[in-house]
Design a protein around this ligand. Structure first.
Ligand SMILES: C[S@@+](CC[C@H](N)C(=O)[O-])C[C@H]1O[C@@H](n2cnc3c(N)ncnc32)[C@H](O)[C@@H]1O
Length: 353
């Protein structure tokens, strides 16, 4: 049974939700939502989960807002500019690390049957948590494929020893983080099934090549989330459109199917899916962020990107095309159709053709 985004009759619609373009945004706890949807209904997952678990609890978010220290650490100011609070992952004790392990194990156990065989799962992480998170996901039955390295200057590490800055001016506590690891997983292919068969049967199993025909790469030069995107979506973990569009694009090998973000936040994955012309579902538990996504997705998805795009055009949403059905089709898909003579799947599906 498939999730039908067009008719609103699927089980996923029992929760408060809104639709935009070819996307569905749901206000729910993703654990509850996932339990209700049909098996083998999700084609790909692209998500940025709360890997410290505690940082998105109401109490911790309230502390952060009041500028109080909890799990959110206020980093020292740098070059005169104040840095945004960061979750203090190094402060997690053994019990909390066990809680993280349990969280991801349970999440992947619920998710796995809902994925189509061969469906890819992209999970954002950081260098402190990746071993814990990735091993928990593998223990639940997801097949680890590789790590994707997003090259980006982070604000983690590189500090002099706290209160020992004068005494040890030539020391830093940790390397300054210059990358963000994303785990790439897959629901195992049925025993004996080749990739070709999986693509034919389920439309999954591989990754979509870049638009210039080159393979999708496991190192992605990236940028910090641009100010104009942050001014649209004021979420502490907003990811840049220039990155998310590349990931969403590659997640559906034939450009068809549904990309899920079970930890939607302010909707950067959903906006990216809209921008590259794919169907998507985002789930968010926090009511403020769910509302924020509703407002941010329409604005983010039409923004041209200025950072590295991995072969995708940094298109301008104003140049939207209209197909006969009245469904707006982004130039990305149009570009593909022009370049290859083949319609870009998602758009064909959404346009009812
Ligand atoms: C790291 S943030 C994702 C931010 C996103 N990348 C963006 O660009 O806005 C994780 C989000 O997951 C949400 N969340 C945490 N637990 C959840 C759950 N069980 N179900 C749904 N959402 C959850 C948090 O409220 C938070 O907004």
């Amino acid at each position: 049974m498939a999730i039908d985004l067009e008719t609103s009759r699927s089980p996923g619609f029992d929760f408060p939700h809104r639709t935009y373009g070819r996307s569905l945004m749901v206000h729910a706890d993703c654990f509850h939502w996932l339990r209700q949807i049909p098996e083998n209904s999700i084609d790909a997952v692209v998500t940025d989960p709360p890997y410290g678990i505690r940082e998105y609890e109401a109490q911790e978010l309230a502390q952060r807002q009041r500028g109080k220290t909890g799990i959110w650490r206020i980093p020292p100011s740098f070059d005169g500019s104040r840095r945004a609070p960061l979750p203090r992952f190094t402060a997690l004790d053994h019990q909390e690390r066990q809680a993280v392990r349990h969280f991801f194990h349970e999440w992947a156990t619920i998710l796995l049957p809902k994925l189509k065989p061969g469906a890819h799962v992209f999970v954002a992480c950081n260098t402190f948590m990746s071993q814990l998170v990735f091993s928990s996901l593998m223990d639940s039955g997801l097949e680890f494929r590789t790590q994707i390295i997003r090259l980006v200057q982070t604000l983690r590490g590189g500090d002099r020893p706290k209160l020992g800055e004068q005494e040890f001016p030539d020391v830093c506590s940790l390397p300054r983080g210059s990358h963000e690891p994303w785990g790439l997983f897959r629901k195992p292919l049925p025993k004996g099934m080749s990739l070709r068969e999986c693509l034919r049967t389920h439309g999954t199993g591989g990754l979509r090549r870049r638009m210039d025909g080159k393979p999708f790469l496991d190192v992605i030069p990236s940028e910090r989330t641009p100010r104009r995107e942050r001014s649209i979506a004021n979420h502490p973990s907003l990811k840049p459109q220039s990155l998310m569009r590349q990931l969403v694009w590659s997640a559906l090998p034939l450009g068809e199917g549904i990309v899920l973000d079970p930890f939607m936040g302010s909707g950067s994955t959903i906006a990216a899916a809209e921008a590259v012309g794919c169907r998507s579902i985002g789930i968010e538990r926090h009511s403020d962020y769910y509302e924020l996504a509703g407002e941010a997705v329409p604005q983010l998805h039409v923004l041209p990107t200025r950072g590295p795009t991995g072969g995708l055009p940094s298109h301008n949403g104003q140049a939207q095309l209209e197909l006969g059905s009245g469904v707006p089709v982004e130039p990305v898909a149009h570009h593909l159709a022009v370049a290859t003579g083949v319609d870009g799947g998602c758009d064909r599906a959404a346009a009812g053709g």
